[in-house]
Write a protein that binds this ligand. Sequence first.
Ligand SMILES: [Zn+2]
Length: 148
Amino acid sequence: MSETDKEEERKPVQRVSVTETRLKISEDGTRGVLLGKKCQDCGQTFFGAPQFCLKCTSANLKPVELTGEGVVTTYTIVRQAPPGWQGDVPYLLATVRIPEGPHIASEVVDCPEEDLKVGLAVELTMRVGGTDKNGKEIVIYKWRPRPS
Ligand SMILES: [Zn+2]
């Protein structure tokens, strides 16, 4: 092993976004911004990176950063996790409407089951959900109750 390889080993664990078209993270992976695209023809905003506007089919879309907070519109308690799920079971899954319009589904963390309800104000938070094939920690976007 060369000196260079040893240098590599001393570096802190690197983190990567679970989906680079949906979540941009800070270098240490503790802060994140949700990404979307806004149609320049009809004004509709989408989560992620669609090739065409899903409302008017225009290809004139501009990348935008989305507000990292919103309101729960639907939720469910998942007792049977999908294959590959590495978190706790049961867990809380909610669809959240953000001010720009898109609905974004993800796990709700730091929230007792009985506190989750339609209309609950939540904010974006980051969690590590496993490691990729290069040993980098995968950062996933989650929701948590917004402090009142
Ligand atoms: Zn459009």
